[in-house]
Design a protein around this ligand. Structure first.
Ligand SMILES: C[S@@+](CC[C@H](N)C(=O)[O-])C[C@H]1O[C@@H](n2cnc3c(N)ncnc32)[C@H](O)[C@@H]1O
Length: 317
């Protein structure tokens, strides 16, 4: 059978997993006999795993760094020990059932950081680096600034900003205590200082103002069929009301009152939500409302600036 590498459908959502429908649920085992590095990778691809996923799982099993794919090429004729082949086979089966590679390896590279992730948090997506880069464009490296990350999950955005802007005072909020435990542990391991808060969007930061507020909130509609393929990730990180905009509305309504004069609110959203989010940002009293495209050319983030310096009028719900 020919290999069937399948790319993520970014046009639909950055949260769409990189697996074909045929691949999910397959339990066909790798042929463990005569297993070399090359054979094991080829067998995994024949079962429907994208090559990159198979490579990362094999590197994990072999205890090698996730970026060491050149090692696999240089050692493709090496025999795999039976235990390693069996572990690789089991991980392939879990991946084929839809578990993210990051959960299986326990790590995810994000904006130059290696984060520890598991099923308590969203698997951070590459597209979210667009939001981080936009925030960094607004945050001077040579001056202090106050930054807030709403719905921090693994801490990906907050920690990337803290790493790149050591003078910034970075705060982060999540409604999930489990997610905050992952984020805190990442911060401690990476030696990065973030002030973590548990609660509903802006509620834990009453009275505080920030120069930049960023958020990658849940933005998939409750009835979206793609949710089924994301069943391994926390529902609270994904689904947001009947139209996917419930949390974006809540943040647009509450965040402007927490911006300093000249401060920016930057939001990640779904591939087809840019116009709706720009409308919410304008209704919230923000100016210079605009969107940014991700690496696939899709309007993935929208933001606006508090130019008045006065408390904004409440936004439309
Ligand atoms: C799409 S995930 C983003 C995680 C992380 N920022 C990232 O980009 O990988 C959304 C996060 O928002 C959190 N969340 C959902 N509802 C929330 C609420 N009402 N208040 C605060 N956080 C919330 C979820 O627990 C989840 O961690």
């Amino acid at each position: 059978m020919a290999a069937r590498p399948v790319s993520p459908d970014r046009r639909r959502s950055p949260l769409t997993p990189a697996l074909s429908a045929e691949g999910r649920g397959s339990n066909a085992a790798c042929d463990l006999a005569h297993t070399t590095v090359a054979h094991a990778l080829a067998a995994a691809q024949q079962r429907g795993l994208p090559r990159i996923d198979a490579q990362m799982l094999l590197l994990h099993v072999l205890g090698r760094a996730m970026h060491d794919r050149a090692w696999l090429i240089a050692h493709d004729g090496d025999a795999l020990a039976p235990e390693a082949a069996a572990r690789f086979d089991a991980l392939c089966a879990r991946r084929l059932r839809g578990e993210p590679v990051a959960y299986l390896t326990g790590t995810k590279a994000f904006h130059g950081l290696t984060l520890h992730v598991d099923a308590r948090v969203l698997d951070p997506r590459d597209d979210t680096e667009t939001l981080v880069d936009w925030a960094l464009d607004l945050l001077p490296a040579d001056r202090p600034a106050r930054v807030l990350d709403l719905g921090t999950g693994s801490g990906a955005i907050a920690l990337a900003l803290a790493a790149a802007r050591p003078r910034a005072d970075v705060w982060a909020v999540d409604a999930s205590a489990d997610a905050l435990a992952v984020a805190r542990a990442n911060g401690q391991r990476l030696g990065l200082v973030v002030t973590w808060h548990h609660g509903h969007w802006l509620a834990p930061v009453a009275g505080q103002r920030f120069d930049v507020i960023v958020s990658n909130p849940p933005y998939i509609a409750e009835g979206d069929p793609h949710l089924a393929a994301l069943a391994h990730e926390p529902r609270v990180a994904l689904a947001s009301g009947h139209d996917g905009l419930r949390d974006l509305r809540a943040i647009c309504a509450a965040a402007p009152a927490h911006l300093t004069p000249g401060g920016w609110l930057l939001l990640e959203h779904g591939h087809d939500q840019a116009a709706a989010v720009r409308t919410l940002l304008r209704a919230a009293g923000l100016d210079h409302v605009q969107s940014r495209r991700d690496l696939a050319g899709i309007e993935r983030c929208s933001g606006g600036q508090m130019t008045t310096g006065t408390a904004p009028r409440p936004s439309a719900q």
